[in-house]
Design a protein around this ligand. Structure first.
Ligand code: ATP
Ligand code: MG
Length: 263
């Protein structure tokens, strides 16, 4: 019997700076820690956040740092062909080529999408077994999913992004694949149990029924999620965690990964 194909995880939304790349790194390290084989494909060739994170990780080890688990990784740049049709064809070929390298030998392939609508990002969404959409804790970010009434949290209109995910789901079911698991989570939560926090929480609970995603607990705003970038490490890599805040950070990352139901 052949090996099972890699499970595809896509970190996506159409808004910049919501924590996709940060979350991608933590999910990747969590899966590697669990002994899984993981490859990362960075579709944001302008910023290359995840690829840079991983290069920093390699440099950290090359400079004598403790040995840490590494995924395989590559970056795909958008085609610059003059004709739209050719650009789309080239983008399709790039994704197929990268996947053909990883699909058979990896347990997971993680795509990190840019924070805007690109054809590469659409292709990745159509391939996602699990789609993870991080949002910041604000009603502006909720607009990314749909227009929600601020008084009774009823959904008035779906966003372009939700429509796009819906199309990806239709494409999957037409090709006989099991349904995509769409997971929405909040990142950069304020540490106080603020009124805004509660309202966004209620709105997401209301939206999840209508748009059919799973809303799971996310990450608080913590310095530890950004200060390790230069060394390419994450809270999961640290041998010793001393402060209460670091213990809590590690726990919330683990809970989030558990809630993705991947392992
Ligand atoms: N939970 C968090 N706590 C503190 N800082 C965070 C957290 N999550 C993300 N950040 C910081 O927020 C900024 C944006 O995060 P990140 O680059 O992961 O977002 P992104 O969605 O990938 O952005 P883009 O759409 O531009 O690719 C970065 O400076 C990152 O270090
Ligand atoms: Mg990013």
């Amino acid at each position: 019997m052949g090996r099972k194909e890699a499970h595809i995880i896509v970190l996506g939304n159409e808004k910049g700076g919501t924590g996709k790349s940060t979350l991608a790194m933590h999910i990747v390290v969590g899966l590697l820690d669990a002994g899984k084989k993981v490859a990362v494909i960075d579709l944001d060739a302008r910023q290359k956040s995840v690829a840079r994170y991983l290069q920093n990780r390699q440099t950290f080890m090359a400079n004598g740092g403790t040995k840490v688990v590494m995924p395989e990784f590559s970056v795909i740049s958008q085609s610059e062909a003059p004709m739209l049709k050719d650009r789309e064809l080239e983008d399709q070929k790039s994704i197929i080529k990268a996947l053909s390298e990883y699909r058979e030998k990896m347990d997971f392939v993680v795509f990190d999408c840019p924070g805007n609508d690109t054809y590469l990002s659409r292709l990745a969404h159509a391939l996602a077994d699990t789609l993870v959409t991080p949002l910041n804790d604000s009603f502006i970010d909720l607009d990314l999913l749909g227009e929600v009434s601020p008084t009774d949290y009823q959904v008035k209109k779906l966003s372009f992004y939700s429509e796009m995910v819906w199309d990806s789901r239709k494409f999957r079911s037409a090709s006989g694949k099991p349904p995509m698991d769409w997971v929405v989570t909040r990142t950069r939560l304020a540490s106080l149990d603020s009124r805004n926090n509660k309202r966004v929480h209620l709105a997401l609970k209301s939206l999840q029924k209508r748009i059919m995603f799973r809303y799971v607990p996310g990450l608080y705003e913590r310095v530890i999620y950004k200060e390790l970038f230069p060394s390419g490490l994450t809270i999961l890599d640290l041998e010793k965690v001393n402060s209460m805040s670091h213990v809590a950070a590690r726990q919330e990352v683990r809970t989030l990964i558990d809630n993705l139901n991947l392992i």
